[in-house]
Each structure stands twice: as C-alpha cells, then as structure tokens.
Write a protein that binds this ligand. Structure first.
Ligand code: BUP
Length: 449
C-alpha cells in the first residue's frame, strides 16, 4: 500500500481543502498521513483538526512542531496568518527527519503552495515526489506563478496584468500588497513560491475544467510559464464530514428565504462597516443568518456581540435575522433548504461550497485573491458582484447600497436556477469510480503513486 503524506499550511482556507483531499484519498488503497504544523494560529483550525481525526481514525496525524511565533512575527503590520506561514517556512528544516522517519517510506508528499520554496529542496534531497496543492482558483494560479517574472516592473503603472492568450487581469483585482514598492510577506511569498513551482512534480487545483478551461489550458500549454509540471484540476472537492450542531432557527424558516452572510475565517470588518451592513440587511427586508467577526485571529475575539454591533442593532436584527459571533459549520448552512443566497467575501473555499450546494452569491471581496474569485462568480452565472465596492477597509459601503444589492440577488429567480445548474456541473461524475475528467486525472495520479 503506497504511503502519501499531506502538508497543509496556516488558516482554514488552506486547511479545509487538504482535509477534503485526504478524505477523498481514503477511498483508495493508500495509507494517508497529514503533517499538521503545531500549534495552529486559530482555534477553529485546532478544533476542526480534532474533529477530523476522530472522524477518520485511519488517517494518521504527525505534528510539525513550530519554532516560537514571537521570534518571527516582528512586523505587526503584517497579516498574522502570513506571519504564521513564515514561521512554518522557518521551521521546515525539521521536516527532513520527520519525512524520512515515516513508515512505509513515502510515495509522494502533497505540499501547500505557500511552502513550495522551502519544502521542494527537502523532498528533492530525499528523493520524494512532491506535488503542490494550490488552494485557490486556476486563474489565481496564473498570476501566482508568473508574478516573479514582473518583479522588476513597476506594476503600479500598469493597467492590467497580461498573460499571453488570457484576458488581462485588471490592476484593481490584484491584491494591493503586490502593487506596493516595499517588500511585504505576501509579495515575498508569491514571488518565491511561484518561481519554485516549476521544480515540483505536479500542481493540484481544487477547480473544474468546465469553469476554468482557459486558465488550465494556458497553464498546461506553456503559455503562462515554460517548464511547468502538469496542472491537474481535481475539484470540486466535496465536503467530507459534518460537525453536528443545532440549526434550530434555520429549521423554522421558509425554503430559500434566508441570506447567509459571512466573510470567512480571517476578515474582521471595521465597526463602522458592520453597522452599515446590519442596517443594509434590515433595510433589505430579507431574513438573514449573519456570522460576525471582530478580530482576524479568533483566539483574540473576546467581545460580546452587543459590544461589536451595539445594543440597538443587536435588538433590531432579532426581528428578521439570527446574528452569531461563533463558528458554525458552513457546509451545514449552505446545504440547508432555508438558505437561498450567500453574501460572501469570495474566499475560494466558500465559493466552491456555494457551487457545490448551488447557492447564488452576492460577491463582496475583501482582500487577497477574492476579486479574481468574484469575477468568476459573475462569469459562470453563480451570482452578482458590485465591483465598484472597494477592498475591505477602503471606502465604507452604505446600508442603502447593500440593501439594493441584497434585493437584486434574492429577488432574482433566474440566478437561483443558474446556481442550481452550477451545482449539477460541480457534482457531475464525482461518484466513486466516476468517469469524469477530474476523477480520471486523480485516478491517474494515484496510479503513478
Ligand atoms: Br467564518 C467560517 N464556518 O463560521 P475561505 C468559515 N468556515 O465552516 P478564508 C466555516 O472555513 P482564505 C465559519 O466553509 C470555508 O471552508 C468555510 O475558507 C469554513 O476563506 C473555510 O472561504 C474558509 O477560503 O480563507 O477563511 O478567508 O483567505 O485563505 O481563502
């Protein structure tokens, strides 16, 4: 039985698809180990890991003990999750002995994209094939992998990022830290890891040929960068386990009537923007389930809901909505029949889940890859994106504007039907032994292991 190990990085957005892939691989004749960087930054990651390993006892966990975060977090202006990735990178020398101690010896390692530059040299030295798992879209991969070639260009002067044969990516969609002159962790992380990807044995992407055909064809046709190994669309990875929790309020709501509002596991909006959002949801007249976040890192989130959105709003939203300030399993919410729309920051996992469950999306990207992802929402007919709204933390979007967009989404029957047809595409051929391109691609890879 071949032994495959997976090495995720920091943050739920990176961990979730790794767990889904590991769960999918258990259906094959493989021994699976997940190497989890320890400690995790967020409480959510540690709780989800605990639950996952109880659900899949056949999957082994090995911990990669990290050097202390304090020594490296240095620049407090940086995103704590990028600082954490940096600590994992700096602790990766410890991987060599861990990888060689695994028994039976590894047939392959699957590494998070953010660790490419530090881990590929280690696996080369140990002669272990190393596949990079890119946890965003194929279009984002085209930018990630070619960004280093423009390192000396003044990106701020450009109108768009041009990749041969592909539609240009408008400058306004590019994560702002990449346009800055100064060095920052995101820029270094994309420059270094993008460059080293050509040295890996393959790149896995949680996407579908049917929705990202152009980007995948350009990547595999040598148009983005020469010498790239195969880019394999293995998605959409299905949800893999349910954390049982009561959704009693949702159970009492009419079918398709509720807008689910969440900006992912690491976006904390300003208090002023939260107030406008609450006002917008109330004005829209629709029912809603709103997950509020006050701090990027959940362990630091110690305020009550009233402290964050104020007593008045807390009281008034009760009329038509449920507002929570704790983790709820999103898969359970999106699969609930009462949910008819999703106001989302467009993290790639959230979007793949909206596609999987056929829920229409009002896109409100906040940072990182999210504008690129939001453009796909419109292109495939999953929902709408008001692209004049800036990045999170830029201009405040007013309640009235939010209400108008919520009404546009929730009142649009055609969009609801289109989202259902996206679901059909997402699930096509995913049954075990399925004959779809994606299942064949994964099966072929498993054969080589
Ligand atoms: Br919040 C929240 N419950 O309450 P994304 C998130 N999630 O299950 P992000 C919950 O976390 P990046 C909650 O289903 C998704 O799988 C959600 O990943 C789950 O966005 C994951 O959507 C969040 O990719 O990460 O967290 O902003 O920026 O890396 O995409």
């Amino acid at each position: 039985m071949s032994h495959i190990a997976l090495l995720p990085s920091s943050g739920m957005g990176h961990l979730t698809p790794f767990l889904r892939l590991a769960a999918l691989l258990t259906a094959h004749d493989l021994k699976i180990t997940i190497i989890t960087p320890y400690p995790t930054l967020s409480l959510a990651e540690s709780q989800v890991l605990f639950h996952f390993f109880s659900t899949f006892p056949q999957i082994r966990q090995e911990k990669l003990q990290l050097l202390p975060l304090d020594n490296f977090s240095g620049n407090s202006k940086e995103d704590p999750f990028y600082c954490h990735i940096d600590v994992i990178r700096r602790s990766s020398h410890l991987l060599s002995s861990l990888l060689s101690s695994l028994s039976p010896p590894l047939a392959a390692l699957i590494t998070d994209m953010s660790l490419t530059a530090s881990v590929v040299p280690i696996t080369k030295a140990l002669n272990i094939p190393n596949y990079i798992f890119f946890t965003s879209s194929a279009q984002m991969l085209t930018l990630f992998i070619s960004f280093h070639t423009k390192a000396n260009a003044n990106l701020y002067e450009m109108d768009a990022f041009q990749i041969p044969t592909l539609e240009p990516i408008p400058k306004s969609w590019i994560p702002p830290p990449l346009l800055q002159d100064n060095d920052n962790l995101l820029k270094t992380y994309i420059t270094k890891n993008g460059k080293e990807m050509t040295k890996s044995d393959g790149i896995l992407v949680n996407t579908l040929e049917s929705i990202e055909q152009e980007s995948l064809a350009a990547l595999n046709g040598g148009k983005v960068i020469l010498g790239l190994p195969s880019v394999i669309a293995i998605g959409l990875l299905p949800p893999c386990f349910n954390q049982c929790e009561s959704l009693a309020w949702l159970d009492t709501q009419p079918i398709g009537s509720v807008l689910y509002v969440s900006f992912g596991s690491k976006t904390a909006m300003s208090r002023e923007q939260l107030k406008e959002l609450g006002d917008g949801l109330m004005r829209s007249g629709y029912r809603f389930l709103w997950v509020v976040k006050d701090k990027k890192v959940d362990r630091e989130d110690d305020k009550d809901l009233e402290d964050v959105i104020g007593n008045e709003l807390t009281e008034s939203v009760k009329e038509r909505g449920l507002v929570v300030k704790h983790w709820l399993n999103q898969e359970n919410i999106l699969s609930h029949p009462a949910v008819g729309g999703f106001l989302s920051h467009c993290g790639w996992n959230s979007l793949t889940e909206a596609m999987w469950f056929g829920v229409r999306v009002l896109a409100w990207p906040q940072h990182g890859d999210q504008k690129i992802n939001a453009s796909l929402v419109e292109r495939i007919g999953l929902g709408i994106w008001e692209s004049s709204w800036g990045w999170g933390g830029e201009d405040i979007v007013k309640g009235q504007q939010i209400a108008e967009k919520v009404n546009e989404l929730m009142g649009n029957e055609l969009l609801r039907m289109k989202a259902v047809s996206v679901r059909e595409k997402a699930r096509a051929g995913m049954e075990l032994g399925g004959t779809s391109v994606k299942m064949k691609a994964l099966a072929k890879l498993i054969e080589t292991w």
